[in-house]
Design a protein around this ligand. Structure first.
Ligand code: ZN
Length: 270
């Protein structure tokens, strides 16, 4: 009885949905769950080619929107919505403005389960951290009868919120193929921040979905230079990497709890 189950991913950039949550989105869509995405930016700063070939913000936004549309079809997403903030500037957006927009989507879609980035942005990306914070606030406000969203919709209470997290094993495999992810924000180095095994509340079996996730990743052609070493991997290695994508942290749940590890984001709701 998976009818009417709804999963909403709220993320920052085109490709986050495939590289971060592709397996779970594909798996649940294949089971008949309605899966949707709210993407905060169009990724116009994500250029990995030679600088002289950079098509510029407006064109790159178009290219990445098309890539996301293609990936969304592969993953079986029912709907993709952009919030149209500028890539890289999300943490400077006006909170009430962003939160109001996410609230309007939550109230319209009425998902039982929402997935976003963890508070560490998985590897410290400021946009990922920002969308995580905004999504938390939006879930609170969506249920609050006194909060008015721009579309004046009626309240909706989300039952479960998840972070997509990278396990230590995932971080190890990524490091093996891609080396250390390191970049500087405000003069401090940031990088992959893996979650210990005991912190992971939920492990979703992606053995039937990893290939769809990989096909979706490959739709993001403009981003493939950033993961070039993965393109040469044997299928077995891609499978190993992408089945490791199924790790989540249950940030809260109104319907279940405890230490026993879940295997389903909808546990307690079916
Ligand atoms: Zn991202």
């Amino acid at each position: 009885m998976t009818e009417n189950l709804k999963l909403l991913a709220v993320l920052a950039h085109p490709d986050d949905e495939s590289m971060g949550v592709g397996g779970a989105l594909a798996k649940y869509a294949a089971e008949g769950v309605e899966t949707r995405l709210v993407c905060a930016t169009r990724g116009e700063r994500g250029w990995f080619g030679p600088e002289e070939a950079n098509p510029g913000f407006a064109r790159l936004a178009e290219i990445r929107t098309q890539e996301l549309d293609a990936a969304g079809k592969v993953l079986g997403l029912k709907e993709i919505n952009f919030l149209n903030y500028v890539d890289g500037d999300l943490d400077r957006a006006h909170p009430e403005d962003v939160i109001g927009k996410i609230v309007a989507h939550i109230r319209r879609i009425k998902p039982q389960v929402v997935v976003t980035f963890s508070h560490d942005g998985n590897y410290g990306h400021p946009d990922h951290i920002a969308i995580s914070q905004f999504t938390h606030a939006a879930i609170l406000c969506a249920a609050d009868t006194t909060f008015n969203d721009p579309e004046e919709r009626s309240p909706h209470r989300v039952s479960k919120l998840y972070y997509v997290v990278d396990s230590e094993e995932m971080a190890m495999v990524l490091k093996k193929y891609l080396g250390d992810i390191e970049f500087f924000v405000d003069g401090q180095a940031r990088g992959e921040s893996p979650w210990k095994d005991w912190m992971i509340t939920t492990r979703v079996d992606l053995s039937s979905a990893w290939k769809t996730a990989w096909d979706a990743i490959l739709c993001h052609r403009s981003q493939l230079p950033s993961i070039a070493p993965l393109l040469d991997l044997a299928e077995d290695e891609v499978r190993r990497l992408l089945t490791l994508q199924g790790t989540f942290y249950r940030a809260y749940s109104l319907v279940n709890g405890g230490r026993e590890r879940e295997t389903d984001l909808f546990e307690g709701l079916r």
